[in-house]
Design a protein. Structure first.
Length: 313
């Protein structure tokens, strides 16, 4: 009797376990299918041809730490979770960086804590070998690509190449049209200088050092004073003493400075003797907002120049 009872209990237990297992498997299968689909979306890897060779990166990165080129990523609505301090300090990006962590390659813990699936860094970034252990790390050398090529490369990296190319084509067309309008107003040989100052020190810039130089000289096709060509094109910028500023001034001056800094120089005879100043051809831009050449910055500058050069025409 005991033996039969044991067998019945064993059969009942096996049936119960089997039923539970079947129900659990059915439920698990549904969850696993969903989970697998999500993982496929977020963890699918593709090969990106970086300047250092092919590297496997997420097809659709969801947690990007951008130690460099963050503005380019922001312009494409990339999923940034960490940026460098300089991008964070730029007023043009404030709204897009709400609740985004500030990270540093010299403090790897700040990078690790963001659990990145992609890191973007520069060739001079510290601890590259350690960053590569945290997540796939794509490196760019500053100046190796021009400002448009760089945006296209970020587009390729983020699986948004078409979007990046569309912006490039549209921006180039609009900037060219603005340049032609300026020449139609001021003459084909019109020149512009880009000066930067903190009130005491002065610099003049070539055609690829941010501060609006790419848009003015490359995209808009405006001319550059001869002394600027001689001294600033090679290095990208040239330090000036106040007394020689008039010699470097073009028909227009784009003056990069931060509001609130010493502007006593603007009251000097030297400054007010410059024809561009006398003619009201000085366009001021905020230094801390124009140190990049990404789409957000360039669109900001294009609006300023449409007003500044054409007086709202």
């Amino acid at each position: 009797m005991k033996h039969k009872l044991f067998i019945l209990m064993l059969i009942w237990m096996l049936a119960f376990i089997s039923a539970c297992g079947s129900e659990t498997n059915s439920t698990d299968t549904g969850l696993d299918d969903t989970h697998t689909a999500d993982e496929a979306d977020n963890s699918e890897m593709v090969t990106y041809e970086s300047e250092n060779g092919p590297i496997d990166v997420p097809a659709n990165p969801q947690r990007i730490v951008a130690l460099t080129n963050a503005p380019n990523v922001l312009a494409l609505d990339g999923a940034i979770v960490g940026v460098d301090q300089w991008t964070n300090m730029n007023p043009l990006f404030t709204e897009k960086l709400t609740d985004i962590a500030v990270v540093s390659e010299s403090d790897l813990e700040t990078v690790i804590s963001q659990n990145p699936d992609l890191i973007i860094a520069g060739s001079t970034t510290e601890n590259l070998d350690q960053l590569e252990k945290i997540a796939p790390t794509v490196v760019y050398t500053w100046g190796k690509l021009d400002y448009l090529e760089q945006q296209l490369e970020i587009g390729k990296l983020l699986n948004k190449e078409e979007e990046a190319q569309q912006w490039i084509d549209d921006f180039s067309e609009r900037a060219t049209e603005l340049g032609e309008a300026v020449k139609a107003k001021a003459g084909e040989d019109v020149t512009v200088s880009v000066l930067e100052t903190n009130g005491k020190d002065f610099s003049d810039f070539g055609d690829d050092w941010a501060r609006s130089t790419e848009i003015l000289y490359q995209a808009m096709g405006l001319g550059m004073p001869e002394l600027v060509k001689e001294n600033a094109l090679g290095e990208g910028y040239y330090m000036l003493s106040q007394e020689v500023i008039p010699e470097y001034a073009g028909d227009y001056i784009v003056l990069s400075r931060n509001q609130g800094e010493d502007n006593a120089f603007m009251e000097t005879e030297m400054w007010n003797s410059i024809p561009a100043v006398q003619n009201g051809h000085v366009i001021e831009i905020e230094t801390k907002a124009v140190t990049y050449s990404d789409p957000i910055t360039l669109e900001y500058l294009l609006d300023i120049f449409a007003e500044g050069f054409l007086d709202g025409e």
